[in-house]
Design a protein around this ligand. Structure first.
Ligand SMILES: Cc1ncc(COP(=O)(O)O)c(C=O)c1O
Length: 394
């Protein structure tokens, strides 16, 4: 859809759900920002001061929320801690937190820290098949003792997409607050977080949003919670109009902006600004349509040419995120071998090859070539002889 807007590395890149490609405009914006720093030094803060807030309308559009309900800050992990410090309020018997056995580990580390600290229990919904979650199991876990639920919008390993409005309603019916980790859905599909009634969400901008390695994260907090004081306050979440009065009392900013803590990286926010500019010009329903067309094509090619690779991503569009996960006992070796052939896939322990054909820059021809290479490797066994170590990717 926008391939020409990106720096596309040589070979075939199918790892945009780990780190999205660099938008060409980002280099220009960063150079301009460096120019401001070199010429204006501290005076640059006059224009940089409100940079995070200026990005909120574009971010809000990606997640389906009001601009006052989102902010670019922190990371998924730090934002989760900040929101748990605010919204996890165990009382009496209502102290259980529900998450899942398939969650990204950092989410579980954060949740367990808060249940341990405040005397709650972490309940992990198991998977029936090791790859996906069943809606009935998720709903059954939302018993009256549950204070808070955290779920992924799209599971990072299998690419299963969960039903945000339905599960949000189920959590609310149990009297629980519910939040979402939207790392694998933002930028790949439209969202309607506010209308779903979800209480909070966290996500990163380095995957499908293409804001660069270590890009600032994002958070959403439904306006019904804006009266609360953040559990982990910092001066950058102070009301902007009084921040530099430097008083001893914290006066929280209105809205989600209050969940900023310390001085943001202006360079990193600038890279996010470049990436968001691309999405401003895109219809998100069309992004999703293109993403589904690409994953449909990939699944069809795998079924036809490499059926020994088991597609563990749900086939129904409603339940599919932006990537396709293939289980195979030699997935690690296949992933390494693909890299030596100029293809960048992604591998997840113990046996998952993740391929993310991204709507904005991947093509059917690239998918065909990768499946052809996989067939060749499986036939020749060459991948078993490839020794190049896989490098860490998030
Ligand atoms: C679902 C999910 N949650 C969390 C993270 C990591 O969070 P952070 O941005 O704090 O590093 C990732 C990273 O890939 C992820 O896929």
């Amino acid at each position: 859809m926008r391939r020409g807007a990106f720096a596309v590395p040589p070979g075939i890149y199918l790892d945009g759900n780990s780190l999205g490609l660099m938008p060409l405009v980002t280099r220009d914006l960063l150079e301009r920002r460096l120019g401001e720093w070199s010429h204006e030094a501290a005076l640059g803060w006059e224009s940089w001061f409100g940079l995070a807030e200026s990005l909120s309308p574009s971010i809000a559009r990606l997640v389906g929320a009001g601009a006052h309900e989102v902010v670019a800050t922190g990371s998924i992990t730090s934002n989760l801690h900040s929101l748990l410090a605010t919204l996890y309020r165990p009382e009496g018997e209502k102290r259980t937190v529900v998450a899942t056995a398939l969650d990204f580990p950092t989410d579980l580390y954060a949740l367990r820290a808060w249940t341990d600290r405040l005397g709650g229990t972490l309940r992990l919904v198991p998977s029936r098949d090791g790859h996906t979650l069943h809606g009935d199991d998720l709903r059954a876990a939302m018993t009256p003792d549950v204070a808070l639920v955290l779920l992924p919008t799209v599971l990072y390993r299998s690419g299963q997409r969960l039903d945000i409005p339905g599960l949000t309603a189920a959590a609310h019916a149990a009297g629980a607050v519910i939040g979402w980790d939207a790392a694998h859905s933002i930028g790949a599909m439209p969202h309607a977080l506010h209308d779903s009634g979800a209480d909070f969400a966290v996500w990163c901008h380095y995957k499908y949003v293409n804001a660069g390695p270590g890009a600032p994260g994002g958070l959403y907090l439904h306006e019904r919670w804006h009266h609360l004081t953040p559990g982990l306050p910092g001066w950058w979440g102070n009301d902007k109009t009084t921040q530099f009065e430097m008083t001893t009392g914290y006066r929280k900013a209105p809205g989600a902006g209050a969940y900023q803590t310390g001085t943001p990286s202006i360079l990193a926010l600038t890279a996010l600004q470049g990436a968001l500019g691309i999405f401003d010009g895109l219809n998100l329903a069309e992004v999703r349509e293109r993403s589904l067309a690409l994953t449909d094509h990939l699944i069809a090619q795998v079924d036809r040419h490499t059926p020994e690779l088991q597609v563990v991503t749900p086939r129904s569009h409603d339940e599919r995120g932006g990537h396709v996960s293939l289980a195979h006992p030699e997935a690690r070796e296949l992933s390494r071998a693909l890299r030596t052939l100029g293809v960048v896939p992604d591998y997840r322990e113990p046996d998952i090859l993740r391929l993310a054909p991204v709507a904005l820059y991947n093509t059917e021809a690239e998918i065909d070539e990768v499946v052809r290479l996989l067939r060749t490797l499986l036939d020749s066994g060459e991948h078993r002889r490839t020794l190049t170590p896989a490098s860490p990717v998030t």
